[in-house]
Design a protein around this ligand. Structure first.
Ligand code: PDD
Length: 289
């Protein structure tokens, strides 16, 4: 089966999807996106992803071209029309096609694009041995809470990590941890899970919230507060989270071991809670199908 995507009201093979070069997404990176994980054909926290997209659209003063029910229907159809049980659904809205001018066009129609890809979860080896990360200066803009398609800084930072043979770059701004180039960051010290506050310097991760909800339900201690660089370097455990990484243990930071250099006991606990939650959602979805 070829990959089916949705573009501006129509389903079509990926290879046939075309956007005009004057689309402001292409010219200016003027648009927002979401990546929604799907397990056993059930989207995880879809309402939360749609709410975050609405916040991103509000922040860039772009009206949402579709109602939440329409988004839900299209995402459901994309899941159904593609071959994989576990998918990452990508949703993008741009300000549409208009003559090149930085000021907003008066009457452009937003471009809506939805595609599914097979979910590429971290490998068993990455989970069991942990992954390497580097640190880097967070030189992005001041509105990292907007899930903008303008990802040049994130691309440059993720590439730095790739060139160092690492999966992520953990970012530092004014001596504090913000997030990573494509994920949020947690550390564990003396049994307490610590994560930076959700402000304009980070993307409010849906997986971040899920991890915190799971931790709260399991009565694991949490501190949401600014994280100075030295705490990162002295952490017992470091985790990164995203819709595609789930929650992943970091075992080397700038080439040095984190804690004892192995994924820690709190990670093992959180990974278990996360997998149980996924299984529960998939069972609930199957019961509704
Ligand atoms: N990235 N921070 C950044 C900068 C991100 O790009 C992402 C996700 C996250 C985690 O957010 P969530 O838990 O909602 O996926 C944090 C997606 C997966 C991407 O760009 O592919």
């Amino acid at each position: 089966m070829s990959q089916t995507v949705y573009l501006n009201g129509e389903f079509m093979p990926l290879t046939e999807a075309r956007v005009p070069v004057l689309d402001r997404g292409f010219i200016f990176g003027d648009g927002v996106y979401e990546v929604i994980p799907v397990y056993a054909r059930v989207p995880l926290r879809l309402a939360e992803h749609l709410a975050r997209m609405q916040n991103s659209l509000n922040a860039i003063h772009l009206r949402n071209p579709l109602a939440a029910e329409e988004w839900t229907r299209i995402v459901g159809q994309i899941i159904e029309r593609n071959a994989w049980d576990d998918q990452a659904v990508y949703v993008q809205v741009t300000r549409g096609v208009a003559p090149r001018d930085q000021a907003f066009p008066a009457d452009a129609t937003p471009t809506v694009f939805v595609m599914a890809n097979p979910m590429s979860k971290p490998s068993a080896e990455q989970r069991e041995r942990g992954v390497g990360v580097i640190t880097a200066e967070d030189f992005r803009w001041q509105r990292c809470d907007i899930k903008s398609v303008s990802l040049l800084a994130n691309c440059l930072l993720r590439q730095l990590a790739a060139e160092a043979g690492c999966v992520e770059a953990i970012l530092l701004r004014d001596g504090h941890v913000t997030e990573a180039s494509t994920s949020n960051v947690f550390l564990v010290k003396n049994g307490v899970i610590v994560s930076p506050p959700k402000d304009r310097r980070i993307l409010p991760g849906i997986t971040l919230d899920l991890v915190l909800d799971l931790a709260r339900n399991a009565k694991l201690p949490i501190e949401i507060r600014p994280v100075p660089e030295h705490e990162l370097r002295e952490a017992d455990e470091i985790w990164v989270s995203s819709s595609t990484k789930e929650v992943l243990p970091v075992t080397t930071l700038d080439g040095k071991p984190v804690g004892n250099g192995k994924p820690g006991p709190m990670y093992a606990r959180m990974y278990g809670l996360y997998q149980d939650h996924k299984a529960q959602i998939a069972r609930a979805g199957a019961a509704h199908a």
